[in-house]
Design a protein around this ligand. Structure first.
Ligand code: C5P
Length: 402
């Protein structure tokens, strides 16, 4: 099982002798399925070459904050948003001190300030430096702010000392990175998720559908599974790989989707991320409809309403905690709030699909979550994976309080 499948990891390489293990770490992260971009500090470049890490990660190494060419390709803010996890290995005493101070004088420290993704450090230094009160205080401060520390281990050191301060082995770091995505917030819960578009047949060769890649729903399924839930993902036609530990049921039409969801009930939490076709042709022609010379340039197709899957399930006696999506091109919060009420939801997640850099087929999203008290929580633009994990954490929190 690839525990980091499609996770986007920034590997920060600081200036310590353990940097020679960063090369192996890139391999281990990629073995687990991660997409790795390396950022090196000036010190890191003294210990291992950028070329080595470029060859192993398959991407140019990011080195300077003030490099116009690099900024034009993927600037520091884009890189900060791109990441699902920032892992710094090795993290030297100096780097930890700078991070504790909130210094942003190079690319790596700037990224740490700019990212919403979790940040983890693998400290690596001489045992006396690790025990020094300044380092102890910095480590405590960083942890208080939510930065995770992986290790260090104790043992023999490059300088000949024996004690704490050895960087964890690449294998252990890759496993610790994977554990960051396993939150356990929904252990033992059943989460039902709809995703993708539905297709409504007109005749054997034609259909009506909606724009939807399914990426957001699949990312939610993955995040819910990582949080320990049993996940049923009912998906319309999409070209996506089923996330690990997720039971996927493929459907085509809205009515199929409703039937599959009803069969999967009961569930604790329903997240309706599918772009369901609101209407379907009243009759599906058995044979391909021919162009009719009598009707000139036009053709009339009578459509009927499809069932509302979300509203149907949230009206049941065994009603789950119900979460809907509102993809709107205008009056986002107003329309979304109306849907929250009309469909009897606990939460609605609004996204502005008029903005081409988020929503539909893009890799990123930015959303607002509205609750029954009309309180709005915004999640800034980030990868759909990162947004999904934030959403699952939010939903789990509200579910447990409900
Ligand atoms: O009404 P609208 O389609 O904008 O509502 C969006 C929300 O309702 C989404 O969560 C979508 O998955 C869900 N929905 C549904 N069944 C429908 C239409 C929408 O579950 N027929």
């Amino acid at each position: 099982m690839q525990r980091l499948y499609r996770k986007r990891i920034i590997l920060g390489v600081g200036g310590g002798i353990a940097a020679y293990k960063s090369a192996e770490l890139v391999r281990r992260l990629r073995d687990q399925g991660a997409d790795v971009r390396v950022v090196m500090t000036r010190g890191g470049r003294e210990f291992i070459t950028a070329l080595t890490l470029q060859a192993l990660s398959g991407h140019p190494v990011h080195q300077d904050l003030l490099d116009p060419a690099a900024e034009a390709a993927m600037g520091h803010i884009e890189l900060a948003r791109w990441a699902d996890l920032v892992l710094i290995a090795p993290a030297t005493a100096d780097l930890m001190a700078r991070l504790a101070q909130g210094v942003a004088d190079d690319l790596l420290t700037t990224l740490v300030l700019a990212t919403d993704a979790p940040v983890a450090l693998a400290p690596a230094m001489n045992q006396a430096m690790w025990r020094d009160p300044a380092t102890v205080a910095n480590a405590a401060l960083l942890q208080q702010r939510g930065i995770r520390l992986f290790g260090p281990a104790a043992g023999s050191q490059a300088c000949g000392d024996v004690g704490p301060g050895r960087m964890l082995e690449p294998d252990q770091l890759a496993q610790a990175a994977a554990d960051c995505f396993a939150s356990g917030l929904l252990t033992g819960r059943h989460v039902l998720i709809t995703a993708g578009p539905t297709q409504e047949n007109i005749d054997p060769v034609r259909y009506i559908t909606n724009h939807s890649s399914g990426k957001m729903g699949f990312a939610l399924a993955e995040a819910a599974a990582e949080a320990g839930a049993r996940v049923t993902l009912v998906s319309g036609p999409v070209h996506l790989r089923t996330p690990d530990r997720v039971e996927r049921i493929d459907v085509v039409s809205a009515r199929d989707m409703l039937a599959a969801c009803e069969a999967a009930m009961p569930c604790d939490i329903l997240i309706a991320a599918a772009a369901v076709a609101d209407y379907r042709p009243e009759v599906v022609a058995e044979q391909k409809i021919k162009k009719d010379p009598q009707s000139g340039d036009g053709m009339l197709l009578r459509m009927v309403r499809n069932p509302d899957i979300l509203a149907t399930l949230s009206a049941r006696a065994d009603r789950p905690f119900s979460v809907g999506f509102a993809a709107e091109t205008e009056n986002l919060l107003e329309y979304a709030t109306r849907k929250l009420v009309d469909k009897n939801l606990d939460l609605i997640i609004a996204n502005d699909v008029a903005n081409p850099s988020i929503g539909f087929n893009s890799e990123e999203n930015a959303v607002s979550i509205i609750d029954r008290a009309r309180q709005v929580t915004r999640l800034g633009q980030a990868s759909k994976g990162h947004i999904a994990r934030q959403l699952v954490a939010f939903i789990a929190d509200r579910f447990h309080k409900a």
